[in-house]
Structures are given as C-alpha cells and as structure tokens.
Design a protein around this ligand. Sequence first.
Ligand code: NAD
Length: 290
Amino acid sequence: MKIGFIGLGNMGGPMAANLAAAGHDVTGFDMAKVTVEGVTLAASGAEAAKDADVVITMLPNGQILRAVADEIIPAMQAGAAFVDCSTVDVDSARAVAEKASAAGLLPVDAPVSGGIGGAAGGTLTFMAGGSADAFEKAKPLFDIMGQKAVHCGDAGAGQAAKICNNMILGVTMIATCEAFALADKLGLDRQKMFDVVSTSSGYSWTMNAYCPAPGVGPQSPADNDYKPGFAAELMLKDLRLSQQAAGSADADTPMGQLAEALYAHFVENEGGLGMDFSAMLPRFEKRSRD
Ligand code: NAD
C-alpha cells in the first residue's frame, strides 16, 4: 500500500518504520527535522497525503490534528482511509471524521496503548472508531504495528475507549499508592501487602503488573527510580481528556475529576514532571493527612 505518515515523533517514527520494513511504500512528514529508516520524507503534510491509499497521523493533540486535517483532506484521493492514531479529545476526533467523510474518505480514530516500547516492537493495541469498511482497510496496517485491534464502534469510539481505560488506570494507580502509604504507616510489610492484595479483591493491573513499590512484584518503573514507563504528564493529559469528555457528555465522574486534580498538582508543583505515573507512591509517602 501507499501510505502517508504525518507526525514522526516518539511513537509515529517507529510505527512508520515498521510499516516500511513490512514492504509498504511510506512517505512521511514531520514539522521537526527527523529521519526514519525506510520512510521517504515529503516537504508538507499535503504532499505526504496526496497519492496515499491510507494516511496515518500521530500528533500531540486535537488542535494540531484539526489543523493537519484541514490541510490534508483536500489533497487526499477519494476512497482513501484517514487513520488518526493520536490521543485526542472525542469532539476533535468526531469533527475530523465528519469532514473526512464529507470529502469521500474513510476516517478511523485509532488511539493506541502500549507506549514507545509497543511502537518499536510492533505490539501496540489499537482501539478504533469508524465504519466497518474503514476499519477493514486499516486492519492490515494495525496488524503490522500492533498485536491487537478492536473495532469499538462509530467515529470517536476509539478515543472514548482510550480515555475511559486510562481514567480507570489513573484512579487505580492513586488508590494503590495511597493504600501502600497507609500500610507503611500501619507497620505492614510491603511484600506482605502485595502478597495479600495481589491475590485478593483489591487486585488490579497497577498492583499485579506494574507495582508502584520498588522491589515488590514484577519489574516495573519503581525498580528504576521511577523513570517512565508511562510519564505522569501523559497520564495527566489523558485524565484531562476524560474530564473534557465527561463535561461534554454530562457524565458524573468524581473519581476521575479528583485523579486529574492530584496528577495536575503532582506534575506542576510536586516534581512529578518526567517521572513515571507510579511515582505517586513516594509522593504519598512524604505526606501526612493534612
Ligand atoms: P511526540 O511529541 O514525540 O511526537 C509528535 C510529533 O508530531 C512530533 O515529532 C512533532 O514534531 C510532530 N508534529 C507536531 N505538529 C505537527 C504538524 N502540524 N505537522 C507534522 N508534524 C507535527 O509525541 P508521541 O509520544 O509520539 O505521541 C504522539 C501521540 O501518541 C500523542 O497524542 C500521545 O498522547 C499518544 N500516545 C503516546 C504514548 C507514549 O508513550 N509516548 C502512548 C500512547 C499514546
């Protein structure tokens, strides 16, 4: 397939390289000067998009996605798929899909989970929103860049799934960290805490697979001085998107709201910037009740 790839950063670069390595003809564009193995660079987004069967975008936010979409949609050929893999707000995903459909394109919002390691290793999970035809057209490419692709529903459903998942993740990480900090103050050994909770009703992915306590449970960023991993500021971005969506949809999400406030404070005032999101544990350790 002829693929246009716009946004060749930490995620987009290795994803584009994997598509090229699988034999696809990939033309890329990024505002920053980058080189990606096997990818031909274009002078603009429109140039990368113009003859492509599929255009993939991997951009920082919804505002940038909307601007790039306005530039590339008129340049794309009818029937081509427009696959946005960025994590953006649901409203931007739906607005871009509407414009793309009106121009005779096949839009898919397909945010990913799996991080930089998943992008490099081709093991991402894609959660996709769009028509069945659009999903089918993009699916062979998801299979190269990832290990699983779920068609979640119509336009915006991929972004909805992503932010709901990450809202659970943020809330659960905070709950796990505050419980460890309480256990410490009650004199409970952390290993015993792990042994009980990981096999009891308090178990979760954050406890069992990504334990925030160093030296306890499987290897995780806690064992590497809380170097990310999944950075606290990226968790904050996703929590903000969840609260923006909850506002538009009039959904009551008090735990998500509190998680956003705690991560905002952590990132902006408490040294959390650049730390893994599990560094909430040392943050709680240092605190008293008020
Ligand atoms: P990044 O900042 O490394 O890459 C974004 C790239 O987009 C940059 O290279 C930038 O130069 C380019 N760009 C910005 N504006 C542009 C424009 N107008 N035209 C062309 N290129 C432009 O970010 P990333 O870590 O690759 O993340 C990309 C997206 O993936 C984000 O939406 C992020 O939330 C999501 N995501 C990231 C991770 C992760 O672990 N990094 C995990 C899951 C999802």
